[in-house]
Structure formats: C-alpha cells, structure tokens
Write a protein that binds this ligand. Structure first.
Ligand code: PLP
Length: 336
C-alpha cells in the first residue's frame, strides 16, 4: 500500500461493517456548558470489546491472505482484545504479548476470547520484541497496534462518522499513544474538512509521540505507570507511518497530569454517569483543566475504551488515594 488516503478508510468501513459498531456521538450538557459550545462524546467504549481498537484489528485481520498460520501482536490490552476477537471470528490462532504493566482485567478479557497471552518484561518494547520473535520463528503474522496501514485505516472510520454526524465540528480531541487512532481520524476528517483542528492528548509522564514530534524523529521515553495505561509505551524507533502522519497532520499535542485524569474520570462518572478508562478521558481533562485554546464551534472527543480496573475506578469515584508506582494521587471528592 502506498500513501494512505481517504479511499483506504472507505474500504475499511466496508470491511468492518457488521463487526465493529457505528457508535453514537452524544452531547455532554455539563461539558458543553464548560466549553460554551456543544462538547460531544464519541462512545467507542460501547464497542463489543469495550474499545475502538476493534476497528483496526478487524480491518487488518479481514485483509489477511488465506493460509495464514495465525496472528501475533504486542498490546497495552485493547489492541490484543481486538485482534483476539477478529482472529477467533476467522478461526485463526492469536498470540498477544503484553508487559507486566497491563491491568489484569485486560489480560483476562483477552484470554476469554481464546487467545494465548505472553507476559514479557515490564515495557511495551519487551512485548514488541516477543511478538517480532514469534513472527520470525513461528510464522505468525504480526499486527502492529498503530504502525500498520490497515489498522490506521480502520481507526480512521471514526473520523468518517464524526464528520457525517457533525459536519460543523471545530475540533476533535484525540487520546494519543502510538498514534494510529489520531493518524486515521485526522486523515479522514481533514480529507473532508481541511480546516478542522485535531489535537492529540497524552498524559504528561511517558508521552512518546509528543517527545518524538518535538525531537523530529521517533525517540524512546521511560515507561511509567499511568491512570491512562492504554496510552503507555513507545512508538517504535523504526516507526514508518503513524509518526510521520501525526507529525504532519496534528495541529497540536496537549499533555495532562495524572491528577487531571483522576478528576476527569470523576467528572464523567458523576456528571454523565459513564464509566471509562483513564485513556478515554484525557480530552475531558484537557478541557476542564483549561489547557485548550478557544474554539469557534463544537468540539468532540473520543471515549476510546471502558476496560478499566474496577478497583482503581471505585477508588477514584470514592475519592480515595491511588498509588501509581512512585506516585500517589491524592484522593479528593468530586466537585462540579
Ligand atoms: C490504544 C488506545 C488509545 C491510543 O491509540 P493509539 O492509536 O495508540 O494512539 C487510546 N485509548 C485507548 C482506550 C486505547 O486502547
């Protein structure tokens, strides 16, 4: 595949129809009051695996030639779940490699879909090395969580739906890790509305894409525990696609603190009665902590997943302290 284009995203939409949902886009009254325009939530947390990653995984697996032995990937949890789901539907073996930082609830979810799980080391890089070894030595096809044209095109179908539902959007706030989601959404949205602004949002500890865009090339960052565990890990020093696309197409990258993510999870729960993982609420955190520029119209963010560790979640909504490796996030009750 050459340069990724809108046609690839339209093809992905046909490939994933009937497996991944076309998700609702709903206005949050509370957050709309804060913004002064409609603030919209794209409910990817309602996908059958609880996260948007189903889109890219199904597109990649449905494009595999026949006769493939099986698939492998590294994952912070949700990509593995998507790949496991898509592989099972095609009767293929799936091996998912993850670091010890991945919450147990995500590991269990992947096993429940019939995939084999390998826990390798304490970083995404260790997990990536193992999935690459399996591809070399056991003949499995590796599916990158973000640096794969079919995965990016699959995630890009979210951009098509956003533009169809709200052609008047001024901006989209996209949770940003390896950048497959942001690259796909931005490609689709800017092909349709070149003037739309797309802003990537990451946590301020271990934001690999942000550091790489600043450096002008992919760089490694230390991987630390985060409430936004789905946003952890590097972008790969040999990144081919998601880095150049994010660098060229994103208007900005904004970082939020763990404390701000904690508050945003409370806000979403108390004001909208919704459960989401930390990675999902970074757009809300950026808004409510005043880190965004002013926008001239409605803004949407993607609630990317709901596969949250329930112990951590109940601690947060109860206002208790949360221990994250070397960091303690001081508990406090929700205040509107
Ligand atoms: C993977 C993931 C992201 C980030 O997507 P990238 O394509 O890696 O940037 C955000 N939120 C959730 C819940 C995820 O699983």
């Amino acid at each position: 595949m050459g340069e990724l284009a809108l046609a690839d995203i339209l093809a992905a939409r046909r490939a994933i129809a009937g497996v991944a949902l076309r998700t609702p886009l709903i206005a949050s009254p509370f957050l709309s009051r804060r913004l002064g325009h409609d603030f919209l939530l794209k409910l990817e947390c309602t996908q059958p695996i609880g996260a948007f990653k189903l889109r890219g995984a199904v597109n990649a697996v449905s494009n595999l030639p026949s006769g493939v032995m099986g698939v492998t990937c590294c994952s912070t949890g949700n990509h593995g779940r998507g790949v496991a789901h898509a592989a099972r539907a095609r009767g293929l073996r799936a091996v998912v490699c993850m670091s010890s930082l991945v919450p147990k609830t995500k590991v269990d979810g992947i096993r429940a879909l019939g995939a084999e799980v390998r826990i390798c080391g304490s970083s995404q890089d260790d997990a990536l090395a193992e999935s690459q070894r399996l591809a070399r030595e056991e003949g499995l096809v590796e599916i990158s969580p973000f640096d794969d044209p079919l995965v990016i095109a699959g995630q890009g179908t979210i951009g098509l739906e956003l533009m169809e539902d709200r052609p008047d959007l001024a901006a989209v706030l996209v949770p940003l890790s390896g950048g497959g989601l942001a690259a796909g959404i931005t490609l689709a949205a800017k092909a349709i509305r070149p003037d739309i602004r797309v802003i990537g949002i990451s946590m301020d500890r271990g934001a690999a894409m942000h550091a790489s865009i600043r450096a002008g090339h992919p760089v490694e960052v230390g991987e630390v525990a985060s409430l936004a565990d789905s946003l952890g890990g590097g972008i790969g020093l040999a990144n081919r696609l998601s880095f150049p696309l994010c660098r060229r197409l994103l208007d900005d990258v904004v970082l939020v603190s763990e404390e701000e993510i904690y508050r945003a999870m409370q806000t979403l729960y108390y004001e909208e009665r919704m459960v989401a993982e930390g990675a999902s609420v970074v757009g809300i955190a950026a808004l409510t902590s005043g880190r965004l520029p002013a926008f001239a119209g409605p803004v949407a963010t993607i609630l990317t997943g709901r596969n949250v560790d329930m112990t951590v979640f109940t601690d947060i909504v109860s206002g208790r302290d949360v221990l994250l490796g070397d960091l303690t996030i001081k508990g406090h009750a929700h205040a509107a």
